[in-house]
Design a protein around this ligand. Structure first.
Ligand SMILES: [Zn+2]
Length: 534
């Protein structure tokens, strides 16, 4: 029998307010649909654009403000030529990153259509340049809010809209885009127009096109969704093979989470600045992702998982990015667990845990870190590996069935919408019929990980005294800590200490002389520990 011997300390967790970043304009209007006509050229990086926006104005406004990067001192940026609405021309003014639009009368609540003609050389957002084979390419690379370098829009993940791209480019380019292919036609002057349309609302961060000379393979369907590979012609064979695992990833998440949210899945070799960018229904991978070795399956699984989490269920604001990156990180781990077994999952979790701890040593902040205002700095091990670990521990906390049931309910509830951490917590609480307040509080709003001092000693009467103390600077955690005692001749004894606010001692009766002790032998806990004992 194991007994609680004493209470050494009692500490409790305070409730922290969740700071939310919000833009006033998010309450002023909602963009329902974008219709972008974009012309691309050889010989100049200048693009010409015409954007049609269908908006719901939510409250009377003298001025509507959109995001658009104006021409800067380097000469790059977008210059607006004309803004019109159904009843005629509108006035406009550009500031550094905004387009302000007004008319002779205020905009009234209801539906408003805007048409914006503009042109310029993108300073960012649409990456124009040669690929590694010296061929000219164009790739949208919008994350986090870089879409407004080439598209007038409300560049925030909480304003989702359906999107149409009509792209005119010289013959010789194939154009991939978000949504379904509606039309391809020759314009008769050495140019072609390609029309893609996403009928499912998506955030601007993942609404893109890519134009290049591609080799394209239609690789059949997975869970009823067409899957294709778009690679540079020089990488044709290897690229098709390297991106093929995307189909198995799509099937896995469809089966486990819910139907794939989009019209198709294209896997695209690109010039994204990231390793992979989860653009909705067309994932862009870095150009050296093609090796012929299928050695980026984890990257593919991560980006495919994002189609459900990040793209379809999007974080309501950037500070909740773990709902995107943590889910994609753990999603890839879940796929690899299914494909390769539990040992592979544990190997990855151990590596993820090391990254979380190393990061916490350099930067002390919780997963939901409202001090960050440069969104690219949110791409850190807290959002990815710690976010993934939170889901892993939640899986144990609520149980296997409830975990999957909760993920399915979360997707079903917030599909094509937005969620904050509290929304996810509520859905999981519903799934498990339990309170998860302290779980979410400690793992998402405290910095670092629990730091344990675990002392153990063997007594001559056969008992083992185990003492567990928490030593981290901030807060106290509650979690189950699995302990395994092993003898020299291979016997083992398992015990789970329910660690809480108090430092505690436990008496264990393994029935043999233990030679060593292992903490968390099944890799369920994000922690670090100093072990003192035999
Ligand atoms: Zn990601």
């Amino acid at each position: 029998m194991d007994r609680l011997l004493g209470l050494l300390a009692t500490l409790c967790l305070g409730t922290m307010a969740v700071a939310q970043s919000a833009l006033p304009r998010l309450g002023q209007y909602d963009v329902l649909h974008y219709d972008f006509a974009i012309s691309l050229f050889d010989g100049t990086d200048q693009i010409k654009g015409k954007a049609g926006l269908k908006m719901a104005v939510l409250q009377e406004a003298d001025t509507l403000t959109l995001d658009l990067y104006a021409i800067d001192q380097t000469g790059k940026g977008m210059g607006v030529k004309k803004v019109t609405t159904g009843t005629g021309d509108l006035f406009f003014r550009q500031s550094a990153r905004r387009l302000h639009i007004w008319g002779s009368e205020a905009f009234q609540p209801g539906s408003t259509d805007l048409s914006i003609e503009y042109e310029g050389v993108p300073a960012d957002g649409l990456i124009i340049g040669e690929n590694k084979y010296g061929n000219r390419t164009f790739f949208g690379d919008n994350w986090p809010n870089r879409a407004h370098h080439w598209l007038p829009c409300n560049d925030h993940p909480s304003d989702k809209a359906t999107v149409s791209f009509r792209v005119q480019a010289p013959d010789g380019y194939q154009v991939v885009g978000t949504g379904a292919l509606k039309e391809e036609r020759s314009l008769g002057d050495g140019r072609r127009e390609t029309h893609w349309e996403a009928k499912v609302p998506i955030p601007t961060k993942v609404a893109v096109i890519g134009a290049a000379a591609f080799a394209i393979a239609h690789q059949g369907e997975a869970a009823g969704v067409p899957v294709s590979a778009w690679v540079f012609p020089e990488n044709r064979k290897e690229g098709y093979a390297d991106y093929a695992p995307a189909a198995a990833c799509l099937s896995f998440f469809s089966n486990r989470i819910g139907p794939f949210p989009y019209e198709k899945l294209a896997n695209v070799q690109s010039k994204t600045r990231y390793g992979g960018m989860e653009n909705a229904s067309n994932i862009f991978y870095f150009e050296n992702s093609v090796t012929g070795l299928q050695d980026h399956v984890d990257l593919i699984a991560h980006e495919v998982a994002h189609q459900w989490f990040g793209n379809s269920v999007s974080e309501g604001n950037w500070h909740h990015i773990w709902l995107s990156e943590g889910f994609a990180t753990y999603g890839a781990n879940l796929f690899l667990e299914e494909a390769n077994g539990r040992a592979h999952l544990e190997e990855r979790l151990i590596s993820d845990r090391q990254r979380v701890i190393a990061f916490a040593n350099r930067y002390s902040a919780p997963v939901i870190d409202t001090t960050i205002t440069d969104w690219n700095k949110l791409l850190n091990p807290n959002a990815y590996q710690k976010g993934g670990w939170v889901l892993h521990m939640l899986r144990r906390k609520v149980g296997e069935q409830e975990f999957w049931k909760g993920l399915q309910a979360y997707y079903a509830t917030y599909r094509d919408g937005n969620a904050l951490t509290i929304d996810f917590q509520r859905v999981m609480e519903e799934a498990c019929g339990c309170s998860l307040s302290s779980f979410f509080q400690q793992w998402l709003y405290l910095p670092g990980v629990p730091e344990l001092k675990v002392e153990w000693a063997y007594r001559s009467n056969g008992e083992v005294v185990l003492k567990v103390a928490q030593q981290q600077k901030e807060g106290r955690y509650e979690f189950p800590l699995d302990v395994e005692l092993r003898s020299a001749d291979g016997q083992s004894y398992r015990f789970t200490a329910e660690v809480s606010g108090e430092d505690r001692e436990y008496l264990l009766k393994p029935g043999f002389l233990p030679e060593r002790m292992a903490l968390d032998p099944d890799t369920w806990l994000l922690f670090k520990a100093q072990i003192v004992g035999p």
